[in-house]
Design a binder for this molecule. Structure first.
Ligand code: NAP
Ligand code: MG
Length: 402
């Protein structure tokens, strides 16, 4: 078979620990034999980030801005223990945070659905994609403990010195206060990323806040979404046969539980933090969650939602067999290849991505899977494979389909 040719390189961001091991096997077994891979390689493994004073992370994000599509392996976010383990010069920031800040993007997380791994919510038949606004609110909040009776106010001082004041509370006793903010530009980027991703994936978009109580703060989110939708997206949504609708967060939660899935749920920062863990655990497994960062100007970075699976890596280093699930990492590759195919008009690349996803799902549905899935599957006769053999089994299924 002739290998599929590419036009524009994919930005490839390698990573750490067990996922770095999977990364190499995925490329050797599922990519190189079928695609004449054009990639611009960035090693985001912690050692090389440290050697380059983290410049490599910045360069990989700039390359994503230039080429438009990246695929990223999970990476270590350093903490105190990693400082000694890797003899780091500095506690480098989370690569995901750095890349997200440069691309000004929104993260969309969606579960991969297979027969035999049933969601806890029995009416969920299709994926629910969560879009979480990644800037501000309580994550950039300022808090104060009020020690005793007194007046607390919100004060805004304009550049010319004029002030606007709002009473928070006249305290008669100790209490607490909190100040938080957001920026219209960030909310606008969030809205555009959501609308673009909805059009891209042909899914209806929900957005919910508590605007009935928060008449200025949350209401601004609602208004910005509606203004951008009406001005820039309404006709495109009509043509694509999808909808945008706004509802209250409590109504959204109730509807999500009764729904069959198949839509995007856009959440403010805190709601997204909480709801994405609820939705992903209810769908079965973190190892089956994909994640894509979409910038408002249409740049894409695909990855798995899970981390570097450190515990398995230490087993691997000790020479023990591992059974680490590579599905979300494989889907990061297929997502990126499909998008590259779409942008460069290479139908073979798009169809290869579809076939690789189908082969991955079929392998599991045929009863061949890693240990994490074997523990939760409703399928009866199951073969538990090690990390490498699972990927090789997918290759066999894939070759049968080509
Ligand atoms: P993790 O790598 O997601 O793993 C937590 C546990 O979840 C694992 O020990 C394993 O459970 C299970 N698991 C996750 N992915 C799996 C897979 N593909 N196959 C099988 N089991 C899987 O989270 P962590 O251990 O808290 O973090 C490890 C490192 O990853 C940290 O240094 C963190 O900074 C980094 N991290 C990176 C990203 C990213 O790059 N996007 C995201 C999160 C965390 P069992 O041990 O029970 O088998
Ligand atoms: Mg969280």
């Amino acid at each position: 078979m002739e290998k599929i040719k590419m036009i524009t390189p994919l930005v490839e961001m390698d990573g750490d620990e067990m996922t770095r091991i999977l990364w190499q096997i995925i490329k050797d077994e599922l990519i190189y034999p079928f695609i004449d891979l054009k990639s611009e390689y960035y090693d985001l493994g912690l050692q090389y980030r440290n050697e380059t004073d983290d410049k490599v992370t910045f360069d990989s994000a700039y390359a994503t801005q230039k080429y438009g599509v990246a695929v990223k392996c999970a990476t270590i976010t350093p903490n105190a223990a990693r400082m000694t383990e890797y003899d780091l010069k500095e506690m480098w920031k989370s690569p995901n945070g750095t890349i997200r800040a440069i691309l000004d993007g929104t993260v969309f997380r969606a579960p991969i659905i297979v027969k035999g791994i049933e969601p806890c919510v029995k009416n969920w038949k299709k994926p629910i994609t969560i879009a979480r606004h990644a800037y501000g609110d309580v994550y950039k909040g300022t808090e104060m403990k009020i020690p005793a009776a007194g007046k607390a106010e919100l004060v805004y001082t304009a550049e010319d010195g004029t002030e606007i004041r709002e009473l928070i509370h006249n305290f008669n006793e100790p209490g607490i206060i909190q100040g938080m903010h957001n920026i219209n530009g960030s909310i606008e980027s969030f809205a555009r990323s959501c609308f673009n991703y909805a059009l891209d994936t042909k899914q209806t978009l929900w957005f919910a806040t508590k605007d009935t109580i928060s008449k200025k703060y949350d209401h601004t989110f609602k208004d910005i979404f509606q203004e951008i939708f009406d001005a820039e997206y309404k006709e495109k949504f009509d043509a694509a046969g999808i909808e945008y609708f706004y509802t209250l967060i409590d109504d959204a939660v109730a509807r999500v539980m009764k729904s069959e899935g198949g839509y995007i749920w856009a959440c403010k920062n805190y709601d997204g933090d909480v709801m994405s863990d609820m939705v992903s655990s209810a769908f079965g497994s973190l190892a089956m969650m994909t994640s894509v960062l979409v910038s408002p100007d249409g740049k894409y970075e695909y990855e798995a939602a899970h981390g570097t699976v450190q515990r398995h890596y230490y087993k691997h280093l000790a020479g023990e067999e591992t059974s680490t699930n590579s599905v979300a990492t494989i889907f990061a590759w297929t997502g990126a290849l499909r998008k590259r195919g779409e942008l460069d008009n290479i139908p073979e690349l798009m169809s290869f991505a579809d076939k690789l996803e189908a082969a991955t799902i079929k392998t599991i549905e045929d009863g061949k899977m890693t240990k994490d899935l074997a523990l939760i599957t409703s399928l009866e006769s199951v073969t538990v494979l090690n990390s490498a053999d699972f990927i090789k089994a997918i290759r066999v299924t894939l070759e049968e389909s080509l």
